[in-house]
Design a protein around this ligand. Sequence first.
Ligand code: ATP
Ligand code: ATP
Ligand code: MG
Ligand code: MG
Lengths: 250, 250
Amino acid sequence: MTRIISVLNYKGGTGKTTTVVNLAAGLALRGHPVLCVDLDVQGSLGTSLGINHVRSVADVLLGYAPPQSCIVPARERLDVILSDQRLLRAEGELWRMGDERAARRVLAYSMRQVQGYDFIFLDCGHSMSLVTQNALLYAGELLVPVSMNYLAMIGIRQVLDTLKDIGRIPGHRLRLTGIVPTMYYGRLRKDREVLSLLQHYFSGQVTPPIRRNVRLAEAAGQQQTIYEYAPASHGAMDYAALVEWIADHA
Amino acid sequence: MTRIISVLNYKGGTGKTTTVVNLAAGLALRGHPVLCVDLDVQGSLGTSLGINHVRSVADVLLGYAPPQSCIVPARERLDVILSDQRLLRAEGELWRMGDERAARRVLAYSMRQVQGYDFIFLDCGHSMSLVTQNALLYAGELLVPVSMNYLAMIGIRQVLDTLKDIGRIPGHRLRLTGIVPTMYYGRLRKDREVLSLLQHYFSGQVTPPIRRNVRLAEAAGQQQTIYEYAPASHGAMDYAALVEWIADHA
Ligand SMILES: Nc1ncnc2c1ncn2[C@@H]1O[C@H](COP(=O)(O)OP(=O)(O)OP(=O)(O)O)[C@@H](O)[C@H]1O
Ligand SMILES: Nc1ncnc2c1ncn2[C@@H]1O[C@H](COP(=O)(O)OP(=O)(O)OP(=O)(O)O)[C@@H](O)[C@H]1O
Ligand SMILES: [Mg+2]
Ligand SMILES: [Mg+2]
């Protein structure tokens, strides 16, 4: 049974792409076939893995090509569908359908033929858009990476409000699987306070935190996963722990 | 002559809102009347200043209200037009106009009656959207806050590509006034390398860096400007230096 997990936070720069890359890569290293779909117009998934392809998720949404021809291998057992600026074009076309209910089901409908993965991650980036709604209706689970700022609570609230809206649609359940504290630096009181606030309000759903670790930023700059770039670093340890947590919280 | 300055980076979390708040507040403290317009659906400008209003920039874009009735005072000489999730609705309506050329001029047209400010800042957030294009056609200048990661160069490239597209429109000139290095931590080699790369490629246009300073994050959590929350901090010093640089680079 494929677990389809959307990774979303409307707040920018909260470690979403870093989490998608290293969570997916960690699961692939454990033997799971994984697909990552980039739904952020910035295309950072491809940049972070050093992968290019002429086809993108825009082709899937616009109906120009079947998903299978947009899938490209990134690592062993790790495939991706990339994104690019044509996603803005796709957003426009979705709005112009004039039927929001149909417009937000395009991705789920196109992707129904995609088989054979244990996990499909959707990097929703940070936009509140029809493309994001497509991701939330295709997914069965939601992960929310949050950085350690008091505004983090507001960000989660906005995502949960969207969850409620999606939840009201008959036949569609989207489970909040986890809140991932990112860039955690325990020596800052602010970080300790925000983490304990999260654990208080979302007990049971807060994953082990990902510590601030410059190796994670460097790895992306080198277009490598953390396990390739710095396998002994805190970043690798923390994402390996997250891999286990995700596997245990199916 | 009002300086209309859009603040944009498609990369999330690069200090855009923090820069808009503290640059605007610093100019207001120097005696300049300033207006800030939030064009990010997350509405972080209002949250950062502790300001609420029933009207938002969505009302301006949808034509529901004139800008004057959407303007709310935030501090002495500092006014704001807030944003909210209705901005997604506005984006949809702009697409449904079916005429992209007209759809991206709505903001400039509505705001032409707004007078009396020395500076108008547009917090464009991180989305590539029709709303952002509206901001870029209304503005005369562009500021790009970048955080110290190698992906920062890619982010600037994407913004400059948009600049070129806007530049091809007859009668519209948008000047890249500055690239603002944010969250700079000089003890990291990565940060020193990225800063010198920026200074090499954009010499003359790179502002003094804003150092990483937890007071800036705490100030936003307290819904205060840095000058209110921690006037003696590095954050306050660095943004005051940016205020001078902006004033000198008209
Ligand atoms: N734990 C960490 N420690 C240090 N740096 C990190 C960590 N996690 C992510 N980063 C770096 O912080 C920056 C933002 O991370 P990332 O791009 O994953 O965030 P995002 O939420 O995907 O951003 P966006 O909203 O633009 O999609 C990147 O340069 C990344 O390399
Ligand atoms: N120089 C700094 N030092 C420490 N923290 C900072 C600094 N600048 C900003 N921050 C904090 O980093 C986070 C991201 O900053 P900010 O919200 O200004 O970025 P943004 O580019 O507006 O993000 P978004 O893409 O979501 O609009 C905030 O919690 C902010 O308080
Ligand atoms: Mg991302
Ligand atoms: Mg912002």
